[in-house]
Design a protein around this ligand. Structure first.
Ligand SMILES: Cc1cc2nc3c(=O)[nH]c(=O)nc-3n(C[C@H](O)[C@H](O)[C@H](O)COP(=O)(O)OP(=O)(O)OC[C@H]3O[C@@H](n4cnc5c(N)ncnc54)[C@H](O)[C@@H]3O)c2cc1C
Length: 414
């Protein structure tokens, strides 16, 4: 029997019409292409991938590499907001998109799954950004075209077991030996640690510097972690044991004055966090749309669940939080497009948008029937699990509060 539900009077997916009024026609095309990609290539598979069923792929690595190639072919989004990429993309028709359009695309991709947005954030914002900003001409020519086309993948190795939120406490070292550098140490929780090249941060006699370590280099190995969330993605430990890399694999522009040597890796994190601020709006919206549909369709106590005051209060609360985060993302986008975005702006937006997305997802789990605890029935449970990771990585919720706290008080609370 077909269930008839009441028609909404407004579009709950764009309540304040920010997309409609703020995006140009080109930016809308970028958004729509990302949305269509998720619908066709991700949503039909993501529940089974999340469950660990990845056939016909033989490994998660194969699955992620295949997705990366499709992302590149369909969206061309790797590095697409990096103006400097124009010179190195290897594509004569390369046209960078605005940071706002890039954000809107990431929002659509994270409505599919946070691991998909993470794949793009790591490749584009952490690694390709690091290369455009800190690499030599030769390094740029070697890596940027293949990363842009998704033919090769990159990972970003900063976090260490004892370091976490305190990356300055790093123990990985790089020691100059003739025309080579010798790396020793361990990194943990590195997204796509199986990648073809790792941007690795290590302590040297001149402070923390960045290095490009290629897969297969003797002394460099990786092992992926088992996890109950972010299951369609891979995070790995990286190990460097007397790992000798050529002198030309040092990122030359990462040299900084004493005491400022974390500025290079942190600049990459600011880029990726910008994308997170947008992305989580998509994940929260996906949960909200699912729960709105289900509560309108499910009859309880003789009426649709969505007719109950308490349910409407929860739905409106969720929509209000999503729309507030959405408007905040737009403001970040415009600040970034005008070159006025600071890392502290990004910290405050990550602090707000991620925790609100977590709360929205939790409320959606609350409003759905118990099948939400299976892998198959609903998407909200997966987003709920994923978003807890997004709250912890790329600077925890608390750490972002300290960044903003330091900005407004002048006192360092770390
Ligand atoms: C799926 C996944 C993918 C990841 N991908 C990458 C990657 O690609 N590259 C990479 O380098 N890293 C990556 N990370 C690591 C991530 O960035 C770290 O987990 C994050 O920086 C937090 O570090 P930690 O886990 O050691 O937590 P900790 O720093 O140990 O934090 C634990 C708790 O202590 C709190 N805390 C910390 N310091 C203070 C303080 N001064 N005062 C009060 N409270 C404090 C934190 O807020 C948190 O609540 C990834 C992590 C995950 C889970």
């Amino acid at each position: 029997m077909e269930i008839k539900t009441a028609k909404p009077k407004v579009d709950p997916s764009d309540y304040y019409r920010t997309d409609e009024l703020s995006l140009t026609e080109e930016e809308k095309m970028v958004r729509d292409t990302a949305r269509a990609f998720v619908k066709k290539e991700i949503l039909p598979h993501i529940q089974t991938w999340d469950k660990g069923v990845i056939a016909p792929f033989k490994s998660q690595e194969e699955m992620i590499r295949s997705t990366a190639r499709k992302v590149a072919e369909n969206l061309g989004i790797f590095g697409l907001n990096l103006i400097e990429l124009g010179k190195y993309s290897g594509d004569a028709s390369f046209e960078p998109i605005s940071h706002t359009a890039y954000g809107a695309a990431l929002r659509e991709l994270e409505a599919g799954d946070s691991t998909l947005r993470s794949l793009i954030s790591v490749q584009s914002s952490l690694c390709m950004f690091a290369i455009t900003r800190y690499a030599s001409e030769e390094q740029k020519k070697k890596w940027l075209p293949v990363l842009h086309r998704g033919e090769k993948l990159a990972c970003f190795g900063l976090t260490e077991p004892q370091g976490g939120s305190d990356p300055g406490n790093m123990m990985t070292t790089a020691i100059k030996k003739g025309h080579a550098w010798v790396l020793n140490g361990n990194k943990v929780w590195i997204t796509n640690g199986f990648a073809d090249v790792a941007v690795v941060w290590a302590k040297t006699s001149e402070g923390i510097r960045g290095f490009l370590v290629e897969k297969g280099t003797p002394g460099f190995s990786n092992r992926s972690e088992e996890k109950w969330t972010f299951r369609a993605g891979v995070a790995s430990s990286l190990s460097f044991s007397k790992c000798e890399i050529p002198e030309e694999n040092l990122l030359p522009q990462t040299v900084r004055p004493p005491g400022k040597d974390l500025a290079s890796p942190l600049s990459c994190l600011t880029e990726a966090r910008y994308g997170i601020c947008w992305g989580v709006v998509g994940a929260a919206r996906a949960c909200f749309e699912e729960v709105l549909r289900v509560t309108k369709e499910r009859n309880m106590f003789g009426v649709p669940l969505a007719q109950k005051q308490e349910v409407q209060r929860k739905l409106v609360w969720a929509l209000n939080e999503i729309e507030n985060s959405q408007m905040l993302s737009y403001q970040l986008g415009r600040l970034k497009d005008q070159g006025k975005l600071s890392y502290a702006h990004v910290s405050m937006a990550k602090y707000n948008n991620v925790s609100k997305a977590c709360e929205v997802a939790r409320m959606c789990v609350e409003l759905l029937p118990a099948d939400v605890f299976t892998f198959d029935a609903y998407h909200s449970g997966r987003h709920f699990r994923n978003l807890e990771v997004v709250k912890k990585y790329e600077g925890t919720h608390e750490v972002h509060a300290f960044v903003v706290g330091r900005e407004i008080t002048g006192y360092n609370a770390f």
